[in-house]
Design a protein around this ligand. Structure first.
Ligand SMILES: Cc1cc2nc3c(=O)[nH]c(=O)nc-3n(C[C@H](O)[C@H](O)[C@H](O)COP(=O)(O)OP(=O)(O)OC[C@H]3O[C@@H](n4cnc5c(N)ncnc54)[C@H](O)[C@@H]3O)c2cc1C
Length: 385
């Protein structure tokens, strides 16, 4: 294995770094879980897109730059090091986009990908329902064929950024009479259609980061179906592979947190419990190991492989590491960790506290870690159900 970068990759890194230095907002944007912050993040996405950096590995005709996945990893490293804003359209660009590349018709690619890259259309993921979280095959929302439309009825919940998003991709039951996994179809739904009601839900930090979405006789054209009728499970598993296995949480995010954790430890070294040093070093090593593992995955993908059940190992690894790093930071901050972020003595508390609250959800979203362990047991280790 050759772990050095080519001159072209080094040049690409330098170009990205220069652009980000000139463009990343000096003040952090308001949270994208508010209307104001959501639109501020959309404007940032427009700027990224104008610079050609919205989704570097996508073909130029779809709003990308025709780079490969290794260059995407380099871009991500520079992006997190520069402290650039979170990606408000992550459900689109990291999850649905690659799925459309794999399953979309040429018309769907042309219709959806450029607007997604530009964040003119921002997407929410509509999989979970009140009785279909871990048990996703229990989805009850229906899509009934009516000529050249589907008539959609039901309820989705926990749709991240659904309160402000433009579109929702979801799975719906098109055939109630077949086996649970087989009667599902993947459909793209504009949230502006008559019959759609979006109700924000406050998350742990009090902001409306989620929505529940009620669909009441919503008419969606058949051309919004991704993949075949009844093929929804298979299409959704490709989306989940990108989500858990590669794109949603690139290693740079955790390497940057590890770097900040080391800085925090150094600043509090005199007062911190000396045993914490080992934990900090271990977190740093794990973030580096995750980066190397991701380089390996990308090399495999460039060689023609597909993401398989090992995506579950990945998801457990990054979510548990993220939580551990934030818990360690709060240990270092000791009682200061309980200060309100705006208190004069709070220092970096706000960032770590916010990060901690979000890290708590890592073992839940993208499929809980218990479910990932079931997948590993059955599909990688070959254990009985
Ligand atoms: C921050 C965040 C963002 C999210 N964003 C979205 C989104 O954008 N779109 C979307 O559709 N959903 C989203 N979700 C929902 C998420 O996918 C679900 O919360 C998750 O799949 C679990 O489903 P549930 O909440 O219904 O819990 P349940 O499925 O009821 O699970 C409850 C507990 O039982 C355990 N459990 C259940 N079944 C088993 C089993 N067979 N074996 C072992 N343990 C089991 C679970 O691990 C969990 O601990 C988000 C969740 C969070 C926290």
């Amino acid at each position: 294995m050759d772990l050095s970068y080519t001159p072209e990759q080094d040049a690409f890194r330098a170009e990205v770094r220069t652009w980000l230095r000139a463009h990343v907002p000096a003040q952090s944007l308001p949270s994208f879980d508010t209307r104001e912050g959501f639109e501020a993040h959309r404007r940032w996405e427009h700027e990224l897109h104008a610079g050609g950096y919205a989704m570097v590995p996508w073909p130029v005709e779809y709003g990308g730059r025709g780079a490969d996945l290794l260059e995407w990893l380099i871009f991500e490293e520079e992006y997190y090091t520069a402290g650039a804003p979170k990606r408000v359209n992550q459900n689109g660009i990291f999850l649905l986009g690659p799925t459309i590349m794999e399953y979309g018709t040429p018309e769907q690619k042309t219709r959806f990908l450029p607007k997604m890259a530009a964040s003119d259309e921002i997407w929410a993921q509509g999989w979970s329902e009140p009785n279909a979280g871990s048990d996703m095959a229990n989805i009850q929302a229906t899509a009934q064929r009516d000529g050249d439309h589907y008539l959609i009825n039901g309820q989705k919940t926990w749709a991240s950024r659904g309160a402000f998003a433009d579109w929702l991709f979801g799975m719906f039951r098109t055939d109630p009479n077949t086996e649970r996994h087989k009667g599902l179809t993947f459909i793209l739904v504009p949230l502006t259609l008559p019959g759609v009601t979006v109700r924000p839900i406050d998350q742990l930090d009090g902001l409306p980061g989620f929505a529940e979405v009620f669909l009441d006789n919503v008419r969606v054209p058949v051309e919004n179906r991704l993949g075949g009728e009844g093929q929804g499970w298979q299409v959704a598993m490709a989306t989940a592979g990108f989500e858990r296995g590669l794109m949603l949480r690139s290693p740079a995010r955790f390497q940057e947190t590890a770097r900040r954790l080391i800085e925090l430890y150094r600043a509090h070294r005199d007062s911190a419990d000396p045993a914490i040093a080992d934990v900090v070093v271990d977190c740093w090593s794990q973030s580096e190991a995750y980066a190397l593992e991701t380089y390996r995955t990308v090399s495999r993908l460039l060689g023609g492989a597909k993401i398989g059940p090992e995506a579950s190992l990945n998801k457990i690894f990054w979510s548990e590491l993220d939580l551990r790093m934030h818990e360690t930071a709060l240990r270092i901050l000791e009682e200061r960790g309980q200060l309100l972020p705006e208190a004069s003595a709070a220092g970096e508390v706000g960032t770590w506290l916010d990060g901690y609250l979000f890290a708590l959800s890592g073992p839940i979203y993208a499929g809980t870690n218990e479910i990932q362990r079931n997948i590993i047991a059955e599909r990688i280790l070959g254990m009985p159900r």
